[in-house]
Design a protein around this ligand. Structure first.
Ligand code: SF4
Ligand code: SF4
Length: 209
């Protein structure tokens, strides 16, 4: 019979006194290390719906869907649905690193238990209010994103009607019906919430012949 080496004997005695090195999971809950990076989760209050996280995600684990509904004739309501797919995510942290909302719109959680039996639990989603172009109806940007830009450019936002009108609308300072009745009135179109293409078309000047 081979006698145990002294080092192994020492380890065995130490383990007897100190207890096992491994955790007693699942008998005792596992508390991850403070630096543990788990599955990222959206924070609907902080996210501004800019889609930077979707752009940088190397695994295509973030997607979005713009939903436009006609609430009454000539009136539309829109929202942007941001979706995170846990079954595709490789937990690289790029989304959090790129998040323009102080890295808080999507953040690594401590969630390490990723097994699920129901595939519908493999994704999480949040919704953000979306502004539509008042001429062509195309999505412009999320209301919170326009607000985010306005806060950064300060008084310069008065050079862009989309920014200040979105802000006024948020504050409830104008009646939307006033704008809708003023549609297609030539130069008045400039003072609307517009997508980049309609903004260019309403502001460009015809070159002299
Ligand atoms: S952690 Fe990486 S893979 Fe997962 S959603 Fe973020 S960027 Fe995509
Ligand atoms: S604010 Fe952050 S979480 Fe929200 S869409 Fe932009 S990058 Fe993604």
């Amino acid at each position: 019979m081979r006698l145990p080496k002294l080092r192994e004997l020492g380890e065995a005695i130490k383990a007897l006194i100190k207890g096992p090195y491994t955790v007693q999971f699942p008998r005792t809950p596992l508390v991850p290390h403070a630096n543990f990076r788990g599955m990222p989760e959206f924070n609907a209050d902080r996210c501004v719906g800019c889609l930077a996280c979707e752009q940088v995600c190397p695994a295509d684990a973030i997607a979005h869907r713009d939903v436009i509904e006609e609430t009454s004739p000539g009136r539309k309501k829109a929202k942007r649905v941001l979706i995170h797919y846990a079954d595709t995510c490789i937990v690289c942290g790029q989304c959090e690193a790129a998040c323009i909302a102080d890295h808080a719109g999507i953040k690594a959680s401590k969630n390490w238990d990723l097994a699920f039996f129901d595939r519908s639990k493999a994704y999480a989603q949040i919704e953000k209010e979306l502004e539509l172009c008042e001429i062509c109806g195309a999505p412009v940007a999320c209301t919170d994103h326009l607000e985010w830009i306005g806060e950064r450019v300060g008084e310069l936002s008065y050079a862009n009607p989309t920014l200040y009108l979105s802000h006024y609308k948020r504050l409830g300072l104008f009646d939307e019906s006033v704008l809708s009745s003023a549609r297609d009135q030539g130069p008045a179109d400039r003072f609307k919430i517009l997508c980049a293409r309609c903004r260019r078309e309403t502001t460009q000047t015809t070159p002299p012949e």
